[in-house]
Design a protein around this ligand. Structure first.
Ligand code: A2P
Length: 352
């Protein structure tokens, strides 16, 4: 009989956690039992898995006794505290937070790009940042076919990337604004919960995601730069691909957009060749027909596992350089689906 797995979802009540439950329902992973874990605030709440109610429990180290696989998205500090406890008790964890991403012995994996890295895990696999995932899914077929020298990305990131509470905050501000109220003092969460000042996102743009580093970049921008290098080249400081990023929060509920400017090794590459490389590439859907105004949009990407690519065009002043527009559901491909997909690969490759 094929193996069945005792699974736990840590952060099961959150924006990503609830989608992890759905993605697990639809996955190929044979689930023997499912434990739903969150903070004490949610203990006793009931959620459904495959039509059956499951009572949410408060997460403690002993919650992981007998668990084979943990899918986690309860924030970095919770992961840092609880995942080593889960590993100690024999579980393999796929963690959606940034807690372990840059640890040298923790694989940082997007299966369409570096599935092979999973075999090097020591109990924890890290899921990359949402904006990094969709960018590398779109860039990998291009890198494989033509090489990649440089990436300049600007993001248009949805509110849900900062969690359910940020999404609720955006909706409340939008309602208040439409009701004619002053929304300047409404914000308590965005741009980032841990920082001193808060600004409204409704009818606004916030060029700050996560806290600022000393060099003026935000930590989200730092993540996009170093995670891209670790995923594509196996080294967070590799110089073979130059990457720079500007990350902006936009008043969209779900699905991130990105303008990605990139330079390939071979300056004779054409847009048609890029299209050929992207057509049928794993996880990619090409939506690129300017004559019919066809291009990816957040509203159409919500609920889908794919990464949508459009607006492909050459920089006519710099041979070998191109622009594209990349959209994906940040809660699915950017989080819950990539986590479950990594877990599916671990099961398939007998790595749990
Ligand atoms: P809870 O709903 O009990 O607060 P989001 O990213 O949407 O904000 O969700 C965060 C998730 O992490 C929620 O499921 C939340 O549970 C969970 N969480 C927050 N703090 C803890 C904690 N200390 N221990 C376990 N889970 C936590």
């Amino acid at each position: 009989m094929s193996k069945e797995y005792n699974v736990a979802i840590l952060g099961a009540t959150g924006a990503v956690g609830t989608r992890m439950i759905q993605q697990l329902e639809q996955s190929t992973i044979p689930v023997k039992s499912l434990k739903l874990l969150a903070s004490s605030r949610s203990a006793g709440k009931q959620l459904q898995f495959k039509g059956q109610p499951i009572t949410v429990e408060e997460a403690t180290p002993d919650s992981f006794a007998g668990i084979d696989l943990v899918l986690s998205s309860a924030g970095g500090s919770v992961s840092k505290k609880l995942l080593p406890e889960a590993v100690k008790r024999g579980a393999v964890c796929v963690d959606n937070t940034s807690a372990f991403r840059m640890e040298p012995d923790v694989p940082l994996v997007v299966p369409e790009v570096n599935e092979a890295a999973l075999k090097n895990h020591h109990g924890i696999v890290a899921n990359p940042n949402c904006s990094t995932i969709q960018m590398v899914v779109a860039l990998e077929p291009i890198r494989k076919a033509f090489g990649l020298k440089q990436v300049i990305v600007s993001t248009y990131q949805a509110a849900s990337g900062a969690g359910q509470s940020a999404l609720n905050e955006l909706k409340q501000e939008a309602q208040d604004y439409l009701d004619g109220k002053d929304i300047q003092d409404d914000a308590e969460i965005l741009p980032t919960k841990g920082d001193k000042k808060h600004y409204p996102l409704a009818f606004n743009l916030l060029p700050q995601i996560d806290v600022f580093e000393d060099n003026g970049y935000t930590h989200e921008e730092w993540k996009m730069i170093h995670e891209t290098k670790k995923i594509m080249l196996g080294d967070m400081n590799a110089k073979d691909i130059k990457v720079t990023a500007t990350c902006v929060r936009v008043p969209v509920p779900i699905a991130h957009g990105e303008t990605v400017y990139f330079t390939v090794d071979d300056p004779s590459v054409t847009v048609d060749q890029l299209r050929e490389a992207l057509k049928g590439a794993p996880g990619v859907v090409l939506q690129d027909n300017p004559a019919h105004q066809v291009y990816p949009q957040p509203l159409n990407a919500v609920g889908k596992r794919d990464t949508f690519v459009g607006r492909l065009r050459a920089d006519e002043e710099n041979p070998g350089s191109f622009n594209m527009w990349v959209v994906a559901d940040n809660l699915l491909k950017g989080a819950a689906w990539n986590t479950v997909e990594n877990a599916e690969c671990l099961v398939k490759d007998n790595l749990i």
